[in-house]
Ligand binder design. Structure first.
Ligand code: 5GP
Length: 261
């Protein structure tokens, strides 16, 4: 597969063309951003972990019939994926109230929801990705009713599957964001899960301690982000304890001075 020119660069990923018009390469960067780009940093190793974790999750979802854009992982930072036109809506599913939901509605942080809550946000950085309703989506033709109903069912299935997968490794899936895209191959139109599912796009809390194992470590200056993402990868059996990704705060070996006699 030949890597072609850069088609698009986002906050955490770059998309490159390939010699197949229906496939592109998705490259995971180490850049971390929050609060609509107001906070930025580069966190060594983050892209590698997200690439691996997202590959695992999308493969598992594919195995249970959730169609998605992943073809295969190519290397430490890159995946081959189907070319899709991203639908300009972020789909958020919440199991426990936290983050923008608690701020917006004054709900107590940590409230366990009786049913998963599905929210829609318009993907528009300059407006701060505002919450929109089904009626907004249909009125402004961001999706048609068939796509909307299909994705609503898909995100609930994704939530069920991921909740079980993470529960099995002692992690609570608090909430997550997913994106969908449209593809058209040989005149056949499809809507499928796209982008990534990783600790950058989910809130993951340790089952016993509620320790945050996700991007909130960056958003809220908790530190040790790479170690937290590594812990998720280790629990999912994707990484051994002896990782070759050196955590940021790992002390550099001191130069040893040899005394001359
Ligand atoms: P909240 O609306 O509480 O900020 O986020 C809800 C969930 O969606 C969290 O898991 C958060 O990580 C994810 N999320 C929402 N918007 C974005 C976004 O623009 N980028 C990323 N990476 N995740 C998002």
């Amino acid at each position: 597969m030949k890597k072609g020119k850069k088609l698009y660069e986002g906050k955490a990923k770059i998309i490159y063309a390939t010699n197949d018009k229906n496939l592109v390469i998705q490259h995971f960067k180490d850049d971390a951003t929050a609060f609509n780009n107001q906070k930025k940093d580069v966190i060594e190793g983050k892209g590698i972990l997200n690439n691996r974790i997202s590959e695992h999750i999308l493969t598992q979802l594919s195995n249970v019939g959730i169609k998605n854009h992943l073809v295969k992982r190519l290397n430490m930072r890159e995946q081959l994926v189907k070319l899709v036109e991203i639908i300009p809506i972020e789909f958020i599913v919440r199991n426990i109230a936290t983050g923008s939901l608690t701020k917006r509605l004054g709900i107590e942080d940590g409230t366990v929801l009786d049913y998963p809550l599905v929210e829609y946000c318009l993907k528009k950085d300059e407006l701060g990705d505002p919450l929109v309703s089904r009626e907004h989506i249909l009125a402004f033709k961001w999706m048609d009713v068939f796509e909307l109903d299909f994705i609503y069912e898909e995100v609930r299935r994704i939530n069920d599957f991921l909740q079980g997968m993470f529960r099995g490794v002692g992690i609570k899936l608090v909430d997550f964001k997913v994106e969908f895209g449209r593809s058209e191959i040989d005149g056949k139109r499809e809507v499928m899960l796209a982008d990534e599912i990783s600790p950058d796009t989910c809130r993951l809390w340790d089952m016993r301690t509620d320790k945050k194992l996700d991007k909130d470590r960056f958003r809220n200056d908790l530190g040790n982000l790479v170690e937290a993402y590594q812990e998720v990868a280790i629990r999912l059996n994707l990484l051994h304890e002896q990782s070759n990704i050196r955590p940021l705060n790992y002390p550099k070996p001191k130069a040893v001075k040899i005394k001359k006699k």
